[in-house]
Design a protein around this ligand. Structure first.
Ligand SMILES: [Zn+2]
Length: 310
């Protein structure tokens, strides 16, 4: 088995753009297995006090799929004599936003060769276990998006791990994203807490701009056939058309996705890690999900800040 045989679909873009929804939807296809925010897995393993439920409704450590993945990671770490805390530090160095914008080769020199090799082994183990968890699956979906500590993750999975990776850049109208951000952080909402972040609307608008610029850079670093841009509003408004486009891009039949569109629930047999709290209840592609009531002032702010790439 060569390293190239691990195939993955990476959902890039800003948070609150529907990445969890798309991850779970694509996971309905028999050839694809939904993984979720895989960039956060090691941090979670290192700090299990963080609240985390799998999409199947069980605690991550009690879930059949993630329980096995975590056990395998721990065994591998023990065998190699490497700490997962050190590995998470290495992952952040290899995958952070500066690597995407500046691509400093020097980072490779500052990381011990042994750690890079272990990073590769761990990522291969996680993706291989997910593929094994669903009979017949050929691709793992990683919806780690393009946050500060994972913006260069797609390049790292290709260059350091040898994956065959296709990137879906999911982009949602900045005005809706800011409206969603004003409701509060997912982490707080899952716990029923009010948001404690200052200037959350302004921060969301600026981060939306930075993130989508990062995705533009990513597009130039990948071959044309390995990158596609999808608008969230098209996904929820015209799911059949977008599904066909995605099926062609990945190289799988669109029919299972069209069948899934007619089903009421998508959460059976899905074990998506992390992501939006919607993973914990029944979800569907719904045009109404594209509409977010954003105050006029913030709509104007987004128009001024984000107009170059609307
Ligand atoms: Zn599960």
């Amino acid at each position: 088995m060569t390293e190239k045989t691990i195939k993955a679909i990476y959902i890039a873009g800003y948070g609150r753009s529907g990445s969890t929804l798309l991850d779970i939807y694509l996971g309905q296809h028999p050839d694809l297995v939904s993984g979720g925010e895989l960039c956060n897995l090691l941090a979670w393993v290192n700090d299990k006090t963080r609240f985390q439920l799998c999409a199947c409704g069980k605690k991550v450590e009690d879930c059949l799929v993630w329980g096995t993945v975590i056990k395998k990671i721990a065994e591998l770490a023990k065998k190699e004599g490497v700490s997962l805390i050190q590995l998470e530090e290495v992952r952040r160095k290899l995958e952070n936003r500066r690597e995407l914008f500046l691509h400093r080769h020097s980072v490779q020199d500052r990381i011990a060769k042994g750690y890079q090799e272990f990073y590769k082994k761990i990522q291969q183990e996680i993706f291989s276990q997910l593929l094994h968890s669903k009979a017949g699956a050929k691709f793992v979906i990683d919806s780690s998006k393009t946050v500060a500590h994972s913006a260069a993750r797609p390049m790292s999975l290709v260059n350091n791990c040898g994956f065959d990776l296709r990137v879906i850049h999911l982009v949602r109208d900045a005005r809706s994203v800011v409206g969603s951000a004003l409701k509060g952080r997912n982490r707080d909402l899952e716990r029923g807490k009010a948001s404690s972040v200052n200037y959350i609307g302004l921060r969301a608008a600026l981060n939306w701009l930075l993130t989508n610029l990062g995705c533009d850079i990513l597009q130039h670093k990948l071959t044309k056939s390995n990158f596609i841009r999808v608008r969230y509003e098209d996904l929820v408004g015209y799911p059949g058309v977008v599904s066909k486009k995605l099926g062609d891009f990945i190289g799988v039949s669109v029919n299972p996705l069209l069948t899934a569109l007619r089903r009421e629930s998508w959460l059976e047999e899905v074990h998506t890690f992390g992501g939006n709290r919607m993973r914990l209840r029944s979800i569907q592609l719904d045009k109404k999900k594209g509409d977010v009531a954003t105050p006029l002032g913030y709509r104007l702010l987004c128009t001024v800040l984000c107009w170059p790439i609307f």
